[in-house]
Design a protein around this ligand. Structure first.
Ligand SMILES: [Zn+2]
Length: 378
């Protein structure tokens, strides 16, 4: 059995369900695999039992290539699995387990590509880095730490190994989750004119939001932004005017939309509504990851397309996704191009009986090696 398969199985057997994550044991295991082969390894502590791992094959100059993945996984869920989600059984050419696809398979393939290039004596023109984060599934805290650490300074290209079936996504929508809490004044339900009804305020806000013309320019790969109102809570009793109501909504942004601008537009809209219903308003931002888009004719995209074509004998799709990855937190501040390309089907994300085809793990190792050889070979 090839080493990438063994490595994936070893990582799946560490329970890194987030929360709480507890990724450190798995990170140390992977770090040991690098260190045993003479590859430089650095750990970045986030919290007890939680670290990022950065492994590096040093090059001569700048223009580093970063292969990035996350070690945490989501809970196996409440529906029955046909196999223990942490056993990493192999059945009919598939490796089954929580994280097989999202994304310990990708992590193992990235690690194995670095190891094989190092063992072959490859001397890259700039650093080849494998950066594995903790905490991606909840709040991307590991990616924030990685970004703040400046360990990736000098990077021109980032590959995120989330599952794409080895297709190539060169754009992702931004994710912006505002939570708005309105506080009014309570009164008896029989005398509503004496109160300030926070529920009425929020319901008017929602009505306006769905139509609100937040400015944007349609993206070729990502299409239009979206807005979805998904959580609302307020009120205490039928005969009591509600003095408190909160709403959370999920906005998916396209490149060019700035969350500061959106917040200003939102505040202007609420000021207008408050002229009639004078509630106090607070805004909490639950998630804020910018949209990004790399040119489809960038060196990175072209190298990845050629690598997949060469290894898999097919032309990969090139497109965009409507969710954020760790890439949104590390690529913009580096000014780097970014793609998402990894083994495993998108349909397996967070599913029971999650699996990855072992042949795709082996393909991914070769694809990552080919991308590194193209970008760092001269
Ligand atoms: Zn993932």
């Amino acid at each position: 059995m090839s080493r990438v398969i063994d490595l994936t199985r070893e990582l799946v057997r560490f329970n890194t369900v987030n929360p709480p994550g507890d990724e450190e044991a798995a990170m140390r295991h992977l770090g040991g695999y690098f260190a045993d082969r003479g590859i430089a390894v650095e750990y970045q502590p986030l919290a007890p039992n939680r670290v990022n791992l950065v492994a590096r094959l040093h090059g001569r100059g700048d223009g580093h290539l970063v292969l990035c993945g996350h070690m945490d996984v989501v809970h196996p869920g409440t529906s029955e699995w046909e196999h223990d989600p942490f056993a990493a059984d192999i059945v009919n050419g598939t490796l089954i387990g929580r994280g097989a696809t999202d994304m310990k398979g990708g992590v193992a393939a990235m690690a194995q590509s670095l190891v094989e290039l190092a063992e072959s004596g490859f001397e890259p023109s700039a650093d080849l880095v494998v950066a594995i984060t903790c905490g991606e599934e909840v709040d991307m805290a590991g990616a924030r730490l990685l970004d703040a650490s400046q360990a990736l300074e000098g990077t021109h290209n980032v590959v995120i190994g989330e599952p794409t079936g080895l297709d190539i996504f060169c754009a992702e929508k931004g994710v912006f989750w505002p939570k708005i809490t309105a506080r009014g004044r309570t009164s008896h339900g029989a005398m509503p004119h004496l109160g300030v009804n926070a529920i009425v305020f929020v319901s008017r806000l929602i009505g306006r939001l769905e139509e609100y013309p937040f400015p944007f320019e349609r993206s070729r790969t990502l299409g239009d932004p979206t807005l979805s109102v998904n959580v609302i809570s307020g009120g205490v009793k039928t005969n009591v005017v509600a003095d408190r109501c909160s709403v959370e909504f999920d906005m998916r942004l396209v490149p060019g939309q700035k969350t500061d601008d959106i917040l200003a537009q939102l505040n202007a809209l609420m000021d207008e509504l408050r002229a009639e219903i004078p509630v106090e308003v607070t805004v909490d931002i639950l998630q804020d990851a910018p949209a990004l888009e790399s040119p489809p004719d960038s060196r990175l995209v072209l190298a990845a397309v050629a690598a997949v074509r060469e290894r898999c004998g097919r032309q990969p799709a090139v497109g965009g996704v409507s969710y954020a990855t760790d890439g949104a937190l590390i690529a913009p501040s580096l000014g780097a191009d970014m793609i998402i390309c990894g083994p495993g089907g998108v349909d397996q994300l967070h599913q029971p009986n999650e699996y990855v085809e072992v042949s795709q793990l082996e393909d991914a190792v070769e694809v990552y090696k080919a991308i590194a050889l193209t970008l760092l070979g001269e």
